[in-house]
Every structure is written in C-alpha cells, then in structure tokens.
Design a protein around this ligand. Structure first.
Ligand code: GMT
Length: 387
C-alpha cells in the first residue's frame, strides 16, 4: 500500500507512535509518506520506502497573524496523493488533522479520485482539546466523516463516545513497543555515573505539560529521598520545567535530581532505572510507561484513563488516585523493599509489555487499512451516517 501519514512531528506520544508505525509499515514493504511541518523527531535517517514532505504554511506573509497551516496541509495532501498515487491517508491526532483530511478528500473527489482517510485518536485531542467548544463541532463532524477511526485504548474509545455525538464504530488498536530498541541492555557505566554510591534511580519522561503533574513526581521523590539514598532523572522539556526546577531547589534536592531535557536514546536511561513515575491527571494510554516496562522498569502511576490497561496494579507496579503522592511514595518503597521484590515487578512488567509488541500491532493496522480500502472500493464516497 501507499500510505500518507499526518502527525505532529514533536516529541509528543502521538508523533512518536505515528513515526514508529510508519517505519514499521515501511519495513513490511509499504510505501510511507510523512506529511507535516517539520521532520518527525524519530525520522532521523534514510529509510527505504519512506518519504517526507514538508508543509510550508507561508508564515512569512505579513497579513497572516496566524499562518493558515490547515489550508497548506490540505493542499499538500492533495499534491502528494495525486503525484505519488497514494491509496490511503492515516492522520494521527484529530485536531486539526481529521478536518484537514476531510477537506483533502473532498478536493480529491472533485478531481475524480476517492482516497479514504483513517483518524487515530491519541488522547488529549479528545480529553483536553477536542471537547473545547472552540473545536468540538468540527472534530465531531470530522471523526464521523472519517472512513475509519481508531483509538489507542478502550478507555479513550469510551471517553470519545461519551464526549461527542459519534455515530460510527471506533476500533481499538493499542500503542505498541519495538523490543529491538526498548530492552534492558547493560549500561552499568551510566548507572555508576548517575548513582555512584548504589543509590536507587527513579525516572520520569514527559513533555512537562501540566497534565503530567511533574511536581507530583518531585514530591514523591522527596518522600523517598528522605528514607533511602536515591536519584531522580527527569527527561523531556516543556512549559512546567522551570517551575519544577524551582521546586527541586526549594526542597533542597538539586544534587539528586537531574533535568536531562529531551533525549533521543531514552531507552539507555530507562535501562538503568529502578522505578518509573507517571502521576498524570489524564492519560489515554501512557506510551512512556510501556517503554519503561519493556526495559523492565516497574511503574508507579495514577489510575486514570487507559493507564490501568497497561500498568496492572500490584503486578507491574501500582496505580493510585491522581495526587495521592504519599501512597505513590509508599508503593515505590514496597517495590524497592528487596532485590527479590524488585525482580518480581521487573519480570511482570516485561511480560505485560510483551502484549503490546509492535510485531502484533502492525498487522492489526494493516488489516484495518485493508478493511477500510475494501469498503471504499465498494462504495467510493463519503461514509453515510446513521445520525
Ligand atoms: O501527552 C503526551 O505525551 C503527548 C500526547 C500526544 O497526543 O501527542 O500523548 C497521547 O498519545 C500517546 C500515544 O498514543 C498516549 O500514549 C498518551 O497517553 C497520550 N497522552 C495523554 O492522553 C495525556
């Protein structure tokens, strides 16, 4: 198949997932065209069957206080579909990509070609952004008009159905993990550099948005640090970072918390960690937790959204209500209680991560693409809605 992939190219989970999916599909012989405004973070090298088309929204024209990205993206989609004869568009993150794909499909149809599009819902496009009245009518319409819709967890599917008037089926295809990359390689030299006296290593990875509650990570760490020698690695960057740096200074923890910023080889740091912290206020799946589990790192998380579908309470780590930092700290200490306890959690985390192997999930996307293509071959026009 020839597939156009639209995503945010930043470090967010949806862009990571979209890029890994595209690369995985390319390895299986499909021709993949990424179409976005900047090269996706994980698309650093030459890959056979992979193309990248940059969207220029004409931002330098003085009239445009807000560059018309959607218009430029729709035009680029039309151009790429026509010139590379794409079969299908797969857009990740509903806002604004689903509406843009709808527009592109209309334009292409007016030029004699029906190209179906699939929308993958990732999380904040539904839970935080999509239900905002500024976007809701457009997003509801574009989801309903998609030729196929997937959600990354059962919880996100449920949230979508309860927040919007959706009158079409949603397929759940979970986030996945590439075990070639995410595995517990021996990085003893890193461990010695970070924790020279054998301290425990806690880790958090995110884009430092308020929804991630990185300040809770620091409060949890403070409780643990008061009881056992430990270090905290904070990976990623975003709007809350300086507030968190300030908090760690106020709590007297600067020596033992390292803000490492954005890192490409996250797996190398996960490989030396003992516990991963993810106390988010909202999380449709928690790809970062899955990456940790694949590296045999147990997870302490909140119990919101799709997290309990990934992190099994008492097995692969523990889950708690949002903001329950005392309980989360207690749970970390339970895991770290003995070598044997830690080993058990590590083994179960890895076994659970194996359920989300990329090799199992990519065929699910392929099968879904086939299904959508077949439907649009039989009926090459907009889906007729029963609502
Ligand atoms: O919050 C992020 O890390 C970024 C965000 C995004 O949409 O780019 O991630 C969402 O999509 C990921 C991939 O499907 C999910 O694993 C994350 O749980 C989800 N984030 C939230 O729901 C807050």
């Amino acid at each position: 198949m020839k597939i156009g992939v639209v995503c945010y190219p930043t470090y967010g989970g949806s862009g990571v997932l979209a890029t890994e999916l595209g690369l995985g599909l390319a390895r299986r012989g499909h021709e993949i065209h990424f179409i976005t405004y900047r090269r996706p973070a994980r698309l650093g090298f030459f890959h056979e069957n992979v193309f990248y088309h940059e969207v220029d929204s004409g931002a330098d024209y003085p009239l445009f206080e807000f560059a018309p990205y959607e218009t430029a993206l729709a035009s680029k989609l039309v151009d790429v579909v026509e010139n590379y004869e794409l079969d299908l568009l797969h857009v990740h993150y509903a806002v604004p990509h689903a509406a843009v794909a709808y527009m592109a499909r209309k334009i292409l149809l007016s030029r004699g070609r029906y190209v179906p599009f699939i929308t993958t819902l990732h999380g904040t496009d539904i839970t935080l952004v999509g239900s905002n009245p500024a976007f809701a009518p457009t997003i509801t319409f574009a989801i309903n008009k998609s030729d196929g819709v997937t959600a990354v967890s059962e919880s996100l599917k449920k949230d979508t159905l309860s927040s919007f008037a959706i009158c079409r089926p949603i397929e759940v295809i979970y986030n996945f993990i590439d075990f070639e990359r995410f595995k517990r390689d021996n990085k003893e030299h890193f461990r010695r550099a970070i924790a020279p006296n054998g301290e425990h290593i806690l880790i958090h990875v995110s884009n430092f948005r308020p929804v991630k509650r990185v300040d809770d990570v620091i409060y949890i760490f403070k409780i643990i640090h008061d009881q056992t020698p430990s270090k905290l690695l904070l990976i990623g960057d975003g709007p809350e970072r300086s507030k968190c740096e300030d908090l760690s200074r106020r709590l007297g923890l600067t020596k033992d918390i390292r803000f490492l910023g954005k890192q490409d080889a996250v797996e190398e740091l996960l490989a030396v960690a003992d516990v991963f912290l993810l106390p988010s206020a909202s999380e449709s799946f928690g790809l970062a937790a899955l990456e940790a589990m694949a590296c045999e790192v147990p997870v302490i998380s909140s119990n919101v959204g799709g997290i309990p579908e990934v992190n099994i309470d008492g097995q692969t780590g523990f889950t708690s209500g949002v903001g329950m930092v005392d309980k989360m700290a207690e749970d970390v200490l339970k895991i770290l209680d003995s070598e044997e306890s830690l080993r058990g959690f590590r083994e179960r985390a890895l076994a659970q991560a194996a359920r989300f192997d990329i090799e199992e999930m990519i065929p699910k996307y392929e099968a879904y693409y086939e299904e959508v293509l077949e439907r649009s071959r039989v009926q090459p026009e907009e889906p007729v809605l029963d609502c």
